[in-house]
Design a protein around this ligand. Structure first.
Ligand SMILES: Nc1nc2c(c(=O)[nH]1)N[C@H]1C(S)=C(S)[C@@H](COP(=O)(O)O)O[C@H]1N2
Ligand SMILES: [Mo]
Length: 316
């Protein structure tokens, strides 16, 4: 199904200066050993090719960090994706069974233009300004990952959220045949996540379709996954098939599983421990010593205003 395309989104994110530094960093990362990854054997899904989205030669986001990238090898083999098992190595081992083409996403709820859209139409020519986002992610361990994606806001805008929309709920594919983890009741499948609408339309909230200049490997949430870098990793839901705009706060999978341990907001906050462990320190993958975890994962300047006046211990 096809929906009307919006006007192209203006290109205001990139200055030539950070583009230059971005490319230089990219070359440095390539020289440091990621080159093998770039020449690796990830299949290029036909729907991405047909959509015209640019994944290989993409400009740098203004949010990209200067920090060293976590190597491709770690990014694609040390994963959480419980649909394929609970061990960090399971997704890389089992996720290639998942068919991701064709793929469609249903947009529903408080939107003026609901519909089920094939991925190639969703990503269709000139719909979005793709960028490389070198973002930190954290949940006990941390990585710096060069996602290829675009702001979720640009996608949501196409479907015209109504004035009643206050939250966005995301749902992962339910496919126990290809997702062996879903045959066990580890979690209440399918995986559901959510954001407040103002969080969802923040320019740091992105939909990722690629990583390291390649289409997303299945273990990283192909063909379309959320990345919310100032929140703990579990908010960044993978392999999305449904986006629902709601009036009420969505009931998310991890909150349902353990309401005292996983709140709706899940903002990275070194001052609010998880009931069973401190969240003050993290281990950057590839480093030996732990480092201090930063408020909002280092993105406080960008996002702290979203939570002004909120008690972050109550709304953890
Ligand atoms: N559908 C789904 N999405 C998911 C998960 C999952 O189990 N299922 N795990 C989450 C958790 S706990 C983390 S830390 C990140 C890991 O993303 P990565 O493997 O790409 O680093 O994905 C998140 N998204
Ligand atoms: Mo996680």
């Amino acid at each position: 199904m096809l929906i009307k395309r919006p006007d192209p989104i203006p290109s205001r994110e990139v200055t030539s200066e950070n583009l230059f530094h971005g490319r230089r960093r990219f070359l440095r990362a390539a020289a440091a050993g990621s080159l093998a990854a770039l020449a690796g054997s990830v299949l290029w899904p036909a729907h991405l090719a047909r959509s015209g989205i640019r994944i290989g030669d993409t400009e740098e986001s203004r949010f990209s960090t200067e920090e060293d990238l976590t190597p491709w090898e770690e990014v694609t083999t040390y994963n959480n994706f419980y649909e394929f098992g609970t061990a960090k190595s399971d997704p890389a081992q089992y996720a290639d069974q998942l068919p991701t083409d064709p793929w469609s996403v249903e947009i529903t709820g408080e939107v003026a233009r609901p519909g089920k859209v094939g991925l190639e139409d969703l990503l269709g020519p000139h719909s979005y300004e793709e960028r490389i986002y070198r973002l930190r992610c954290v949940e006990g361990w941390s990585m710096v990952i060069p996602w290829v994606g675009f702001p979720l806001a640009a996608l949501l805008k196409r479907f015209e959220p109504t004035s009643q929309a206050k939250f966005v709920e995301f749902t992962t594919l339910y496919d126990p045949e290809h997702m062996p983890g879903q045959r066990r009741s580890v979690l209440d499948w399918p995986y559901v996540e959510g954001l407040r609408l103002d969080e969802a339309v923040h320019p740091l909230t992105i939909m990722a379709v690629g990583v390291y200049g390649k289409p997303l490997p299945n273990q990283n949430g192909a063909p379309l996954r959320l990345v919310v870098p100032w929140k703990y990793g579990f908010k960044s839901i993978k392999s999305i098939v449904r986006i629902r705009l709601t009036r009420e706060m969505p009931v998310t999978t991890w909150h349902k599983a353990a309401p005292d341990e996983y709140g709706f907001y899940a903002n990275v906050n070194p001052n609010v421990p998880h009931p069973r462990w401190s969240q003050a320190r993290e281990r950057r993958i590839g480093e030996f010593f732990k480092r201090d975890t930063e408020m909002f994962n280092g993105y406080a300047d960008q996002v702290a205003h979203l939570y002004k006046g909120m008690n972050l211990k109550r709304w953890f």
